[in-house]
Write a new protein. Structure first.
Length: 622
């Protein structure tokens, strides 16, 4: 038996304090709060640890009764497990019933003084902190239950690694990279082998061996013997798939390939036995947690391909347009600059932001107004968004860029972790480089699931399945790296019909915090508006209609013209076959040439070609 509903507070206490705690539970109920009090919930045949664990996971707040009698194993385990699930987010409320030594981890947490044993007053203070669910505004984060399935809190302590498991038990171990060179060698060759297509059986076997070594050692970090049994129980067929969450503030730990978790001959994620997410601890507000959806999926899509990046802007824009127009509503940015992205998000209020381009540790590479690279830190990007938009940040960022979860050689902060740490509830990105065609596969599956009203966790699962499907293209192009590694060379060998990127599924990572609501209402057939894939607006010039917005595919030419104008050029010729968009390009360039408030003169020579006196025809236009 497990609790079938959510609770407002979980009352953690030592058995000798039960008489007073029972009074407190009654006072809380009188104030309209549901309290998890073990004597009210437990039945004689219940599994005591299981019911307590479920109660902890389904309670908004934990009230810890402190007295000389509360220093007991069960009490310590309850509040440690609660903090492992929720982090230091103000959800734990210590109540000092009698003077006693305060645990070091709770020393900085404000306590309620209950030494006068006035249970009614203490209940009112708890109600003020936790709030009554029916009275809390919709956006108040206190309404939410934050529990997750299997949360592991990790922390580096000198040469050791401290692991707090989902029950709150803590153990200290020597991390495998400090024991010998097995982990380091496996990680080095795994990263090298996943950079290029696998075209020989020898390389394929080598990659599998490296991944197996990494997955086994990472599994041993998380699960001791008791943990293995808990996991086995959680993975029983027919039950919801357990979510393993890696929570830490250490970016070197967040950047490890946890998706490779391997046990008893099985990659647990690939074989659909578990899901996995990363998260960072720290205080969060209402806009850093998901809310129940009230609209359909809408994306703002930004493609940034600065000069020298090697990314084909036209090809990338076409590919994304073709893919996403069948999945959901989306609005592309026009220029690829950070200002353009911020302004588009401000105007459109999307569900999610899709960034395609280059990433760097803790930053994204946009274009400046001349098409050159403009590296913008995640902190500055989010500051611009928060300053300009009215309301919360979009709850999802999809980084369709290489190395979104790579900390770099200096173990700097990753882009994905920084977005999540600064308040974005969900971030999807990649470890290492990703092949364009495989990225397209993942996006199709991912956005289709979101548009159908599924959770991001489920959408990532669908994207992984798409990435794991056979793919045999030895010429597939990775999204280029910003800087090639010295001495790195292609590993192309003999052509093989097997999967050339067999571990692409493990490169996709998810950051997630809080309740797992869908991002979108389900888009039933016919719900999507019958509009063009790209929103376009036109203006009348002469007897022509020229695009004002939605002009996709001539960004590089506009950058080139802008450079020429800034160096003094004033005569510019566009030459090409009919229908390529020369008139629209000229229309967009004219304001760059304009000085002051003068009007623009447009003479349409094509309209006078058949007239006897073409000059007179142009004068007539004038």
């Amino acid at each position: 038996m497990t609790p079938a509903e959510d609770f407002d507070v979980f009352l953690s206490h030592g058995t000798p304090d039960k008489p007073w705690v029972e009074t407190l539970a009654s006072e809380l109920r009188a104030l309209g709060l549901k309290a998890f009090y073990d004597l009210d919930v437990l039945e004689p045949t219940d599994s005591f640890p299981l019911v307590l664990s479920q109660g902890l996971a389904r309670s908004r707040f934990l009230v810890l009764i402190l007295s000389p009698r509360s220093d007991r194993p069960w009490v310590r385990q309850e509040w440690a497990a609660f903090m492992a699930h929720h982090g230091p987010e103000g959800r734990l409320v210590p109540v000092l019933l009698e003077a006693t030594e305060i645990p070091a981890l709770l020393a900085a947490v404000q306590r309620i003084d209950a030494t006068d044993r006035d249970a009614a007053r203490v209940a009112r203070e708890i109600a003020r902190i936790a709030g009554r669910p029916g009275e809390l505004p919709k956006g108040d984060a206190r309404r939410l239950v934050l529990g997750q399935d299997l949360v592991f809190a990790l922390e580096i302590e000198g040469e050791d690694l401290r692991v707090t498991d989902p029950t709150g038990q803590t153990r200290t171990l020597t991390p495998p990279w400090k024991v010998d060179n097995r982990f380091g060698l496996a990680l080095h060759f795994y990263e090298r082998l996943t950079r290029e297509p696998i075209t020989t059986d020898a390389d394929r076997a080598d990659l599998f061996q490296r991944a197996t070594t990494l997955g086994s050692l990472l599994f041993d970090i998380l699960f001791d013997e008791e943990g293995r049994e808990r996991l086995r129980q959680a993975m029983i067929p027919g039950r919801p798939r357990p979510l393993i969450t890696i929570r830490t503030n250490d970016d070197s730990l967040l950047a490890l390939p946890w998706e490779l978790l391997f046990q008893e001959g099985s990659f647990l994620l690939r074989d659909a036995r578990v899901d996995l997410a990363r998260s960072t601890p720290g205080a969060v507000g209402a806009d850093a947690l998901l809310r129940e959806p009230d609209s359909f999926l809408k994306l703002v899509v930004n493609v940034s391909a600065p000069e020298g990046s090697g990314l084909d802007y036209e090809g990338e824009s076409y590919r994304i347009t073709r893919v996403l127009s069948e999945q959901c509503r989306f609005v592309p940015t026009e220029l690829g600059t950070v200002e353009d992205l911020v302004e588009t998000v401000r105007a459109e209020k999307p569900t999610a932001i899709h960034f395609s381009g280059h990433g760097a540790p803790g930053a994204l590479v946009f274009e400046d107004d001349e098409g050159r690279g403009d590296e913008v830190s995640i902190h500055d990007l989010l500051h611009k968004l928060r300053t300009r938009i009215d309301g919360s940040l979009p709850p999802l960022f999809y980084l369709a860029s290489c190395h979104g979860n790579d900390a770099g050689g200096t173990m700097a902060e990753t882009s994905a972790a920084r977005l999540h740490r600064e308040g974005v509830p969900q971030v999807v990105g990649y470890d290492g480089p990703i092949v364009d065609e495989l990225s397209t596969r993942a996006e199709v599956a991912f956005y289709r699931a979101l548009a159908e009203g599924e959770t991001t966790r489920y959408a990532v699962r669908q994207a992984r399945e798409a990435l794991a499907a056979p793919f045999g293209n030895p010429d597939a192009r990775h999204r280029p790296r910003a800087v090639a590694e010295p001495g790195e060379e292609s590993r192309a060998g003999g052509l093989d019909a097997g999967h050339t990127h067999p571990f692409a599924w493990a490169q996709l990572v998810l950051y997630h915090r809080g309740p797992d609501y869908p991002l979108s209402l389900p888009a039933a057939q016919g719900v999507r508006e019958p509009e063009e894939a790209i929103r376009r607006t036109f203006t009348g010039v002469g007897d022509r209609r020229v695009l004002v917005t939605g002009f996709i595919g001539r960004r590089s030419e506009m950058h080139q013209v802008r450079r020429q104008i800034r160096r003094g050029d004033r005569v510019i010729v566009f030459q090409g076959l009919g229908g390529l968009g020369k008139s629209t390009l000229a229309f967009h360039v004219l304001p760059m040439l304009q000085h002051g408030e003068g009007e623009i003169l447009a003479l349409w020579c094509q309209e006078v070609e058949q007239q006897p006196n073409r000059l007179e025809g142009l004068v007539a236009q004038l």
